[in-house]
Design a protein around this ligand. Structure first.
Ligand code: DGD
Ligand code: CLA
Ligand code: PID
Ligand code: PID
Ligand code: PID
Ligand code: PID
Ligand code: PID
Length: 312
């Protein structure tokens, strides 16, 4: 397709730049300016809306391309192969072309809103400047091909299941865990801190397992889960806490999503996360909430998972 061809040209223009970026730099975990969690949540919300509007088949293909690209990483900077770099660009270009232009620009504008204007120049100072300029020129030509192939209407909204066992179990889980949800400091910057003692390549292994799980999920249920998150973000209070009803809808959607992949795929995510999350981290989280609320939530979760497993 045209986007695939254009991605080769984009690769010619941008792979030198890709090689110069230190992909393992801890800086990418930092807020790109002043830490403004509620504004950042708005930017994430625009990405969720764009994801929900995208063609699920193309999202799946993009996740597969990222998984493959993680497999061909080499060198200290963590760069993927030239071929996989091109495949990721092509896959993302197709995702972008599957949503109306306004949804893409809404992400751009919301991210701009939380980004200090000095950030781009600083990023450029870390690589060979002319290579960054060449890559940007390549991106501008690529985007014209994407725009030419872009849809004007979003894909159809998800079909949300109802009256199922997971929906009923989600009500019980949510009643049991909403007090715990209200105890959590959602506006803290602690969630942006690197995991103690873990390097970027170690963390990337766990991310890869999530990418694989994402690529196996039912596309309609993933879209439904994204829509439920978007609705939940719409009802957050000044502390970032969503309404009880929207929280329940998120749990139901995520339970159905988990049930749409094989158990081993879920356990691969859990086991790889357990390798990088030190017990000090979970204990620290526990120390900041009402312990009775956390234990009630945990009991709720371990009951819920049996219902999910039964429909898996
Ligand atoms: C937890 C899990 C939450 C940990 C929160 C921190 C996670 C940080 C994630 C970092 C993200 C990295 C990505 C960065 C993104 C960058 C983007 C560019 O508190 C365990 C041990 C292992 C815990 C770590 C693994 C968690 C994995 C969860 C998957 C999450 C994937 C999503 C990640 C983020 C991305 C999201 C999109 O399981 O867990 C607490 C448990 O710790 C406590 O241990 C459990 C035992 O495993 C279990 O066997 C049992 O003993 C239990 O139960 C206690 O404790 C007992 C009874 O058996 C129960 O019936 C019940 O009564 C209970 O007691 C009541 O207390
Ligand atoms: Mg989420 C999970 C935040 C958007 C899909 N997501 C998580 C949690 C964290 C979070 C609360 C990971 C850390 C953790 O396990 O804490 N998501 C979060 C935010 C946003 C977002 C702030 C922003 C909008 N997500 C989002 C979108 C999608 C997903 C758009 C795609 C549709 N998310 C998704 C999945 C999963 C998460 C599939 C998980 O599996 C993971 C999770 O919750 O694992 C348990 C602990 C969790 C909580 C504090 C909240 C849940 C409370 C449960 C139901 C009860 C508590 C149990 C116990 C006390 C602690 C967990 C024990 C553990 C062993 C399971
Ligand atoms: C400017 C000035 C003009 C010239 C110009 C110009 C530039 C415009 C630009 C630009 C626009 C632009 C847009 C970009 C958009 C990037 C969007 C990224 C989206 C990320 C998402 C992430 C996600 C996911 C995912 C799917 C999940 C949801 C999420 C589901 C169903 C200024 C040059 C024209 C770069 C969507 C993918 C996992 C949130 O106009 O004179 O330069 O860049 O998890 O979905 O689960
Ligand atoms: C524009 C203007 C509107 C019209 C429009 C428009 C276009 C927007 C577009 C577009 C946005 C867009 C985005 C693209 C992004 C591509 C990103 C590629 C990333 C590749 C990576 C590869 C890798 C890895 C990996 C992880 C490793 C690092 C690497 C570590 C720690 C402008 C059309 C709407 C194409 C990250 C995955 C292995 C490098 O909005 O008027 O057209 O395209 O190895 O991580 O090692
Ligand atoms: C233990 C001991 C026994 C008892 C026991 C026990 C506990 C086991 C547990 C547990 C397992 C477990 C699993 C959990 C899994 C969470 C998985 C989260 C996945 C997140 C993903 C994120 C993403 C995306 C997304 C889609 C994108 C890709 C991504 C596309 C196509 C220890 C109790 C049985 C919690 C997949 C969603 C946006 C990466 O066994 O005695 O306690 O928890 O962006 O894909 O866009
Ligand atoms: C298990 C054992 C295997 C069998 C198995 C199994 C099950 C795994 C499961 C499962 C994993 C799982 C995960 C679920 C996670 C639910 C997470 C809910 C999160 C809700 C949120 C709501 C909110 C918001 C929001 C953003 C705001 C904060 C809030 C800010 C900054 C165990 C079956 C494979 C259900 C986060 C979105 C508005 C609170 O593996 O043997 O069954 O379920 O307002 O953010 O303000
Ligand atoms: C213990 C012992 C067992 C019993 C048990 C137990 C307790 C475990 C616990 C607990 C685990 C736990 C985990 C919690 C996790 C919360 C995760 C929240 C994530 C929030 C995010 C917010 C955000 C944003 C956002 C984007 C911004 C950055 C942020 C930018 C650029 C010990 C009870 C099981 C509470 C990700 C989205 C706005 C950070 O295990 O016997 O009690 O709690 O602002 O992006 O700014």
């Amino acid at each position: 397709d045209e986007i695939g061809d254009a991605s080769k040209k984009l690769g010619d223009a941008s792979y030198n730049f890709a090689k110069e970026v230190d992909w393992n730099n801890g800086i990418f975990l930092q807020a790109p300016g002043k830490f403004q969690p509620l504004k950042a949540l708005k930017a994430i919300d625009k990405m969720i809306e764009m994801g929900a509007a995208a063609d699920p088949k193309l999202l799946k293909a993009a996740a597969e391309a990222h998984h493959k690209a993680i497999g061909s990483i080499s060198g200290p900077n963590g760069v993927t192969s030239r071929a996989d770099w091109d495949e990721v660009n092509a896959a993302l270009g197709r995702v972008v072309a599957s949503v109306p232009k306004a949804k893409v620009m809404a992400v751009y504008d919301a991210v701009k809103d939380i980004t200090d204007p000095k950030v781009p120049a600083y990023m450029k100072s870390l690589v060979n400047g002319p290579d960054a300029e060449k890559a940007y020129q390549g991106f501008l030509e690529f985007k014209d091909v994407v725009a030419k192939n872009q849809v004007t209407a979003a894909s159809a909204p998800a079909v949300v299941p109802s009256g199922d066992k997971i929906g009923a179990a989600a009500k019980q889980l949510s009643d049991a865990s909403y007090p715990f949800i209200k105890d959590i400091d959602w506006l803290s910057d602690i969630y942006l801190k690197p995991l103690p003692g873990k390097t970027a390549p170690e963390t990337l292994k766990a991310i890869d397992k999530m990418v694989v799980m994402g690529s196996k999920m039912d596309g309609n249920l993933l879209k439904a889960a994204a829509e439920a998150h978007h609705k939940a973000i719409g009802s957050v209070d000044s502390k970032g806490v969503t309404s009880a009803a929207d929280y329940e809808a998120v749990n139901a959607a995520l339970g159905r999503l988990v049930a749409s992949v094989p158990k081993d795929t879920v356990m691969d995510v859990y086991n790889s996360m357990a390798k990088i999350v030190d017990p000090t981290v979970t204990n620290n989280m526990f120390s900041k909430v009402n312990p009775l609320d956390a234990v009630a939530a945990a009991k709720g979760f371990y009951t819920f998972k049996d219902v999910v497993q039964a429909s898996q």
